[in-house]
Design a protein around this ligand. Structure first.
Ligand code: SF4
Length: 299
C-alpha cells in the first residue's frame, strides 16, 4: 500500500476488524443557529454532514442498532452530524457516555468545528483517554481564508491552528478534514492547505471530494453555472499530489466523498467510490510514489 490507510492502522492497533458506528448526537452548529452564521457551509446538507444517519433515535438506540447489524471485533463510536462539542461540558459528557456503554467500543471519535474547542472541552475529552482511544475530527476544508469566506465556513484558519494546539497540549490526537474541488481553489491552494495541516502534526487526514448535493447553497451555485466540479482525472491527480506531501506518519482516514443516493447533482463520477479509489491507487502506481515522498517539514 502506498499510503497509511485507516483499515491497516486499525488492524495493527487492535488486531481485528474494527467497524465504525456513525452517531447523530443531537447537536446543532453555530454556523447554522446564528451564533456565527445561519446558512451553514455551502456544501452542507440539512443533516449536518451525516445524511445517512437516523438521528431521530436516542444515541444508545443508534449504537444498539449498529451493533446488531455488524460483526466486527471492535468499534469506533463516531459522533458525526453537526458540531459535536457545541454544548456545555456536562451535556457533552452525558451524550458521549450514552454511546460508550458497550465494551466492544474501542475508540471515541468526535467531529467538530475548531471554534468549538476550548480548554474545558479538551479537558473533558482527554478524561476519556484512560478508558479508550479518543480523537477529534476538525473540519478545516481549506487553509485559505479567502476560500473560507467563499464557502461560508465562519472562522479563520488561525482558529484551526489554535484548536489543534489545545488538543495537542491535552494529548488528544486530531484528524483534519480537507476538501478537494472547492470553488476558487486550484493546485496551489490545496497544496498550501496540506502544508498548514502538516504543521499541526495530525494523527489523521480525511480527504473529501467536493460533491454538489441537492438542497445546498452549492447546488444553487452549480445550477447557475457559478461552480464546476473537477473532472475525475483532475481530482485523482490532485489527490495523488496531496498524498505525496502528507506527513509519512499521518493516517489517511478517507480519500473521497460519499453523497447519499438520490441527493447527488454532480459530479457523476462521485457515484462510484470504488472506481475513484482504484483510479487514485493506479495514479500512485504510475508515479511510483507514496505518502510523504515530497513531504518537507514546515519551516
Ligand atoms: S460546520 Fe459542519 S455542520 Fe456546520 S454548517 Fe459547516 S459542515 Fe455543516
Amino acid at each position: 500500500m502506498r499510503y497509511n490507510n485507516l483499515s491497516s492502522y486499525l488492524k495493527t492497533r487492535y488486531g481485528g476488524k474494527i467497524g465504525k458506528i456513525c452517531i447523530d448526537g443531537g447537536f446543532s452548529c453555530p454556523n447554522r443557529d446564528g451564533k456565527c452564521g445561519t446558512g451553514g457551509c455551502i456544501f452542507c446538507g440539512e443533516r449536518g454532514s451525516g445524511e445517512h444517519i437516523d438521528g431521530r433515535k436516542p444515541i444508545r438506540e443508534q449504537v444498539e442498532d449498529a451493533l446488531a447489524r455488524s460483526r466486527s471485533d471492535g468499534y469506533i463510536a463516531y459522533f458525526q452530524n453537526f458540531t459535536n462539542t457545541y454544548a456545555d461540558a456536562s451535556t457533552l459528557r452525558s451524550r458521549y457516555d450514552e454511546a460508550l456503554y458497550d465494551a466492544r467500543i474501542v475508540a471515541l471519535a468526535i467531529g467538530t468545528r475548531p471554534d468549538c474547542i476550548d480548554e474545558e472541552i479538551a479537558e473533558l475529552i482527554a478524561s476519556y483517554r484512560d478508558r479508550l482511544d479518543v480523537w477529534v475530527e476538525l473540519g478545516l476544508q481549506s487553509a485559505s481564508d479567502t476560500t473560507a469566506e467563499l464557502i461560508n465556513r465562519g472562522y479563520k484558519t488561525e482558529v484551526y491552528l489554535k484548536a489543534a494546539d489545545i488538543l495537542t497540549r491535552h494529548g488528544i490526537p486530531h484528524v483534519t478534514h480537507i476538501i478537494i474541488g472547492l470553488p476558487g481553489e486550484g493546485r496551489d491552494e490545496v497544496l498550501n492547505t496540506v502544508e498548514v495541516i502538516n504543521s499541526t502534526h495530525p494523527f489523521g487526514v480525511k480527504i473529501h471530494s467536493l460533491y454538489v448535493m441537492k438542497g445546498t447553497s452549492l447546488a444553487e451555485m452549480y445550477l447557475k453555472n457559478l461552480y464546476t466540479p473537477p473532472t475525475l482525472s483532475e481530482f485523482v491527480s490532485l489527490t495523488a499530489d496531496v498524498i505525496e506531501r502528507i506527513r509519512p506518519d499521518t493516517v489517511i482516514h478517507r480519500l473521497t466523498g460519499d453523497c447519499p443516493d438520490g441527493l447527488l447533482l454532480a459530479p457523476e463520477w462521485n457515484r462510484d467510490k470504488n472506481a475513484v479509489l482504484a483510479a487514485i491507487r493506479q495514479e500512485l502506481e504510475k508515479r511510483k510514489t507514496e505518502q510523504g515522498k515530497l513531504y518537507r517539514p514546515h519551516s
